[in-house]
Design a protein around this ligand. Structure first.
Ligand code: GLU
Length: 507
């Protein structure tokens, strides 16, 4: 294979959708697997859809994800090549002119209003070989008139001239053999005099050629454009070096009905953007995976398996393993259902690899937002005890608040079911036994408590649950003696006495 050069080519029209991240990831994996280059090109030729800040957002997102580009809009290069299409205007104009000169494209003066009239006149109107003769273009107007109109600076567009009746074949690395007849294609606008800019199609092909792109890996929504792209390569004389296509399956809504949209995320309560995005037009703030506490490596692993499978049971892959294992023939042809529970599962798994200190430092910040100050060493012990139960660092609070704030209320249901006569006295007796273990030792305290319960023929479940209720406020949490160990005997005592007096006063 000649040098692998792939590109991710987003249009800066807003935040980067998670589907775009997956497209970039597959490009990245393929590039790295083949010792190739991964390029970031910004396709900003549609000025009406340009959104300020979107380009930087895209760059920030990949920085967070740890996917690095070799060339791109944000990487200076000695040749002075720009990877932002709006800065490459003269290049596209040259090729648009070339196509017109070769008779493979033509100039059209029809105004939007005139085209609208035709649309009303002719059912399913499209500007193509069947209609172009009835339109105002360089094929129907005299050469003099065309010249005159151009001298008068009349606005025009350049349209590709597609001959009907030809089968256009594509061998897609994922979709396989695709054949489309040119008769269904329209004479797409490839360049506009109004802003001196090409449309997506021309700019995309010219840049893929000039940037020596070997493989075009992009979303399935671009498959219908591929035949036009093949023709453009041919018309420009570049058919021999045309890149190979790989169109990735769509990412579907969780129920599988249609493409995943931002609205689905809003409706079902999960982000569809990597980072928080503040829409500059509406001011609307959308949260990102980062802000929701997802780890970049979890997102990468999750997205890698959204449309690709390794052919084995393995689910956890490091980036290096993904680079090694990825292949187009294991990318599915059909859409991949988005499953946020799976993303959470990956996050849980990757969080377990984080050190207790790392998690604790982050959790310490959450605590300080709640005005709770606790030594790192204390937090670390709590994290060690509860880490397995969390998928996000923020879950630590729900799991461990009682280590920082004594309960003031107690689960009524547990009281009703388990706080039997004499429970208060029993708990205080047990407290004394535990207190007598000096220095405190979990196992010893546990064994002595068990002896006491047995000797007094107490109900084990009821007693232990009520002790727990006193310390935690509810029937939850890790091993009771671990809790006592961390709270310390003084705090344990305070809580038991407090619970007994609160609950028994109520009874
Ligand atoms: N600019 C296109 C997009 O926004 C790129 C499509 C392609 O990769 O060819 O998705």
């Amino acid at each position: 294979m000649s040098e692998v050069r792939v590109r991710f080519a987003p249009s800066p029209t807003g935040a980067l959708h998670i589907g775009g991240v997956r497209t970039a990831l597959y490009n990245y994996l393929f590039a790295r697997q083949n010792g190739g280059k991964f390029i970031l090109r910004i396709e900003d030729t549609d000025s009406s859809r340009f959104v300020p800040g979107a380009e930087q957002y895209i760059i920030d997102s990949f920085n967070w994800l740890g996917l690095t580009f070799d060339e791109g809009v944000h990487i200076p290069n000695e040749e002075g090549i720009s990877y932002r299409q709006s800065e490459r205007k003269p290049i596209y104009k040259r090729y648009a002119d070339l196509l017109v000169d070769k008779g493979l494209a033509y100039i059209a003066f029809d105004t939007p209003a005139e085209i609208e009239v035709k649309r009303k006149e002719i059912a399913n109107f499209q500007y193509d070989s069947t209609t172009r003769n009835a339109m105002k273009n360089s094929l129907t107007l005299s050469a003099d008139e065309v010249k005159q109109r151009l001298t008068n600076k009349e606005q025009y567009v350049v349209r590709i001239k597609i001959d009907p009746g030809e089968n256009i074949e594509i061998n897609d690395l994922i979709c396989g053999h695709v054949c489309i007849n040119s008769s269904v294609l329209d004479d797409k606008v490839i360049w506009k005099s109004s802003d001196g800019l090409p449309t997506y199609h021309l700019a995309n092909i010219v840049d893929d050629h000039l940037m020596r792109i070997s493989h075009v890996i992009r979303g399935a929504e671009w498959l219908p454009s591929a035949p036009l792209h093949v023709l453009l390569y041919r018309y420009l004389g570049w058919a021999d070096s045309m890149p190979q296509f790989a169109h990735l399956p769509l990412i579907l809504k969780p129920d599988g009905n249609g493409k995943l949209s931002k609205r689905d995320g809003d409706r079902l309560g999960f982000p569809v953007f990597p980072l928080q995005w503040a829409d500059p037009k509406t001011g609307e703030i959308s949260t990102g995976y980062k802000e929701q506490g997802y780890l970049p490596e979890a997102i990468i692993n999750f997205l890698a398996l959204l449309g690709w499978n390794p052919g084995t049971e393995q689910e956890i892959f490091s980036l290096d393993e993904l680079i090694h294992a990825f292949s187009f023939n294991r990318v599915s042809k059909s859409g991949a259902k988005f499953d946020i529970e799976k993303a959470k599962w990956f996050n849980h798994k990757y969080l377990q690899n984080k050190s207790n200190t790392e998690i604790s430092l982050e959790f310490q910040q959450i605590l300080s937002q709640k005005d709770i100050k606790a030594p790192l060493n204390y937090i670390e012990q709590i994290v060690a005890l509860l880490k397995e139960r969390i998928s996000f660092v923020a879950d630590m609070w729900e799991q461990s608040h009682y280590f920082f704030i004594a309960p003031t209320t107690y689960d009524e249901q547990v009281i009703r079911k388990r706080w039997k006569e004499n429970m208060g006295n029993n708990l205080i007796e047990i407290l004394h036994i535990i207190e007598s273990v000096q220095p405190f030792d979990k196992t010893k305290a546990h064994d002595l408590t068990m002896d006491y319960i047995q000797q007094h023929e107490l109900h084990l479940g009821h007693t232990m649950n009520c002790f727990r209720l006193a310390l935690v406020g509810a029937a939850k949490g890790p091993d009771l003696f671990e809790i006592i160990n961390l709270l310390g005997i003084e705090e344990t005592k305070k809580r038991v006495l407090q619970a007994v007096s609160t609950i028994e006063n109520k009874l």
